[in-house]
Design a protein around this ligand. Structure first.
Ligand SMILES: [Zn+2]
Ligand SMILES: [Zn+2]
Length: 132
């Protein structure tokens, strides 16, 4: 993950785009991707179709982005029944978010959909967050 390649904040979509998203998630993702590449568009549409309505702004969690592992553009945090994941707005790359307890070396249990960003270790009392 290369933090230096993150897009500058002024290129991020405005808040209004997120209100829009509730009406048309596919349209929003396609607009964010801003590409004519049919393969990429199909990937995005397939992603939108295969995942539940989302919560880009999930209650309590806010908007969280990171650099895409594949194309280095902005990936957005989404959350479906499988747990939280990063979804790239540019190339459609999806990467599950995992946190590991530094103390027990166990995978931490992700928060429920819509719940605050609070991960719990199954082995000890430690809690963590994906937001720095
Ligand atoms: Zn990407
Ligand atoms: Zn632990």
């Amino acid at each position: 993950m290369n933090d230096g390649d993150r897009r500058p904040a002024n290129l991020l979509p405005a808040m209004n785009d997120f209100v829009d998203e509730a009406r048309s998630r596919v349209a929003h993702l396609l607009r964010m991707a801003n590409t004519d590449d049919d393969r990429i568009r199909a990937q995005i549409i397939e992603y939108a179709d295969s995942t539940p309505e989302p919560p880009v702004i999930s209650r309590g969690a806010g908007i969280v982005t990171t650099g895409c592992a594949r194309c280095r553009r902005t990936a957005w945090r989404q959350h479906d029944c499988e747990g939280p994941m990063w979804v790239c707005g540019t190339c459609g790359h999806v990467e599950p978010i995992t946190l590991r307890c530094p103390q027990c070396d166990l995978d931490m249990i992700p928060p429920r959909v819509g719940a605050p960003d609070r991960w719990e270790c199954p082995g000890c009392e430690r809690v963590a967050s994906t937001v720095p």
